[in-house]
Design a protein around this ligand. Structure first.
Ligand code: IVH
Length: 692
């Protein structure tokens, strides 16, 4: 081998390419086919040479370099991959009327009266993935995760034959292809048959089987499972040269990605309806499961103008197939107590197969619903499930009611803590008044606190939270952050109860799992403002509202100070926050107990100020804008969405905190007020220029 100090750049480049190819072949032979074709020594020699060449020529490091690759099966958990472009979900509709409303909404938003073309695609019931290509080479793959961060499944995706490892031709330097991994019905049945014979896990449906097969720490298992995929959208792209969804599909096909043969461009709502009905007819005969149709505005320019809501695009929607139904009996009616004390009745059912999924519980919503439908223990009922929603009871089959049946009496005390359960006027729910003394509420709040969109602490699942609460190990969120300290106990205290929790001695635990838990907790000692606000579990404050608050208040101290001082009007000034929500927020901060817990918590964690990364440089970032009058080149909704997407806050009225007032035709008192307060006024054209 040539001495590295003597070789030219050109030689180094060729050699690096050679090594990458050789080692990739060797990896496949070794990890996937179980028949190595290099000896360990030969393999290590290549690896070492690669390291040396890369050290001497760092600018020649290849995206598919062996030094960057996960050659071996991952040992402990999946790595996390932040999505540079979030992986969104879709809004759901269940009827053609709602589809018509969606189409009308799109037209209104765009101020367009003519027809708009929609791409109609079967909605594959699988697992979404994203696959990143750099200079045409597959370098990284991830699951959707929570939409912002996914799990690293690069090694697993490599085992799926339908995914090109390399794409040729006209390819952007950076190209993220997204789609759905699924298991065909035939492969699903074969897998279950095999697993049954071997006494292994039986999967409820192809989707679960696909998920269980893709999220395997050992990619060899993924490989055995024979997964398939369809590609349907893109993430980050360095040069997006396609101009429509249908154009994109043509490129996908050229690049070698499987696309669904039933995808179809529709020009009118009639076309859309026909497509939906036809697809429903052939649904059962398709070799894979689908659960509806996705409609996407075809033109990418229009897609961009429409933009996004918090978690879903405005330019696409999922039209789900009607729910599937079955008949079964109610064995019991249980009352669950939620985080806010709400008592929710749940029916325990005789397990029944509904469209491929075994269902054994259904929600009964609330006491009025039970009364209205006259649902009783022992009744035969029709139940239905649609998509991922909790199965529901459609109605009772009264002819089958047992003669000794009695009406269900909804309890007026909490079944968990015995406190009174009261129902406020105008409220459908009855709530336990036990507050935090009610163990059920405390446990649910803890579960919410650690959940994915809140503090996102891995390793504190529902069962562990329940056990830890019941054993007095974690009673409040603060206890989570003192767990590690309390675990080992103090050396001097050998004879008292301060000998430490020693979680590693628990059954089924060990040092490794305890260490993992502590590192998960420690990695959340610094937390973003939206997550922290959401984690508090204030009634009505979901993740989207928490983000809105963070964006408007900027820091925890500003928000908390204003809430303690009952600055309700500051909340009401935010477009998207109403009076009821504002009231709940202010009330939360009047409760001494909440303030004490937060004060304790802030001794252990740091809440970051809000920074809107995506729009850091925008001229509107952090500015408060108000629109008034009629806009002509875009609709009000479009203008507002545009401003929000650039990091602005949109307020409903002009105050001294307003930075810009955008004035359309026939502007009234707001324009006058802006002049009085000496606030910058923009014409519609100036605004359009600013956000271009
Ligand atoms: S487009 C912003 N197209 O449905 C675009 N999604 O409910 C988002 N899905 O997470 C996705 N088939 O897992 C799209 N042809 C299709 C799809 C599809 C199935 C899944 C996907 C997504 C979920 C949204």
């Amino acid at each position: 081998m040539a001495d590295i100090s003597n070789i030219t750049e050109e030689q180094a480049k060729l050699e690096l390419e050679h090594i990458a190819h050789e080692m990739a072949k060797a990896d496949i032979a070794y990890y996937q086919n179980d028949e190595p074709y290099l000896t360990d020594a030969q393999y290590d020699e290549l690896k070492q040479r690669n390291i040396e060449l890369e050290a001497a020529f760092p600018h020649l490091i290849r995206p598919d370099s062996p030094s960057r690759k996960v050659g071996a099966p991952l040992q402990s958990g999946f790595g996390k991959i932040p999505h540079r472009f979030p992986m969104l979900s879709l809004g759901d509709v269940f009827s053609i009327t709602e589809v018509e409303d969606f189409v009308a909404g799109v037209k209104r938003f765009l101020n367009q009266s003519g027809n708009i073309d929609f791409m109609c695609e079967p909605k594959i019931d699988g697992l979404s993935f994203t696959a990143r290509y750099e200079k045409g080479i597959f370098v990284q793959g991830a699951t959707r995760g929570d939409g912002k961060t996914g799990e690293d499944i690069t090694a697993n995706l490599r085992t799926i034959k339908q995914l090109p490892q390399r794409i040729n031709g006209d390819v952007p330097d950076v190209l993220e292809i997204r789609g759905e991994v699924y298991m065909s019905k035939a492969d699903f049945f074969a897998l279950n048959q095999k697993n049954e014979a071997e006494g292994k896990k039986i999967f409820a449906n192809p989707r679960n089987a696909a998920a269980g097969s893709l999220r395997q720490l050992d990619p060899n298992i993924t490989k055995e499972r024979n997964l398939s995929l369809f590609a349907y959208t893109w993430g980050e792209v360095s040069d997006r040269f396609w101009t429509s969804q249908i154009d994109f599909f043509k490129h996908l096909q050229q690049w070698g990605f499987p696309t669904n043969p039933n995808n179809c461009l529709c020009h009118s709502i009639q076309d859309i309806e026909t497509f939906f009905n036809n697809l429903m007819q052939i649904r059962a005969s398709l070799p894979y499961d689908i659960d509806g149709v996705v409609y996407k505005v075809n033109d990418t320019v229009l897609q961009e103008r429409l933009g996004f809501l918090t978690r879903t695009p405005r330019w696409a929607i999922a039209h789900k197939f009607p729910a599937e139904q079955a008949i079964t009996t109610i064995n019991n009616i249980r009352i669950q107590v939620g985080r806010t004390g709400a008592l929710t009745p749940v029916a325990d059912l005789e397990p029944v197969n509904v469209g491929g999924v075994i269902v054994s519980h259904a929600t009964l919503h609330n006491e009025d619903e039970i009364k209205r439908k006259d649902i009783r223990i022992g009744d035969s009922v029709i139940i239905q499930r649609a998509g991922d929603v909790i199965p529901q009871v459609v109605g009772v089959i009264f002819e089958k009611r047992p003669s000794d049946s009695v009406e269900f009496v909804f309890p007026h005390t909490c079944p968990q803590c015995g406190a009174h359960a009261i129902r406020e006027e105008d409220e459908a729910v009855r709530r336990c008044t036990g507050g935090l003394t009610c163990p059920a509420q405390a446990i649910e709040r803890l579960k919410h606190f650690v959940s994915r969109e809140a503090m996102d602490i891995d390793g504190l699942g529902s069962k562990i939270i329940e056990d830890f609460y019941n054993e007095g190990i974690i009673k409040t969120p603060v206890d989570i952050f003192t767990l590690q300290e309390r675990n080992s106990g103090s050396q001097d205290d050998l004879f008292s109860q301060h000998q430490g929790l020693h979680l590693e001695r628990r059954e089924g635990w060990g040092k490794k799992s305890v260490d993992n838990l502590f590192s998960a907790i420690n990695s959340r000692r610094t937390i973003s403002l939206p997550r922290f606000i959401y984690a508090l579990g204030i009634r009505q404050v979901g993740a989207a509202t928490a983000r809105l608050i963070a964006q408007n208040f900027g820091s925890w101290s500003h928000f908390a100070q204003d809430m303690m001082n009952k600055q309700t009007e500051k909340l009401l000034a935010i477009d998207g926050i109403g009076a009821a929500m504002a009231k709940d927020m202010v009330e939360f901060f009047q409760e001494q107990h909440n303030l004490d817990t937060i004060e304790q918590l802030l001794k252990h964690i740091t809440v970051e100020d809000f920074v809107d990364n995506a729009n850091y440089d925008s001229p509107l970032s952090g500015k408060t804008v108000v629109f008034t009058g009629t806009l002509t080149s875009m609709t009000r909704a479009e203008a507002k969405a545009k401003a929000l997407s650039m990091g602005a806050k949109v307020a409903g009225s002009v105050s001294k905190n307003t930075d810009f007032v955008i004035i359309g035709a026939d502007a009234g008192s707001k324009a006058q007020k802006a002049a009085e307060l000496n606030i910058s006024v923009l014409t519609e054209d100036q605004f359009a220029e600013l956000v271009k």
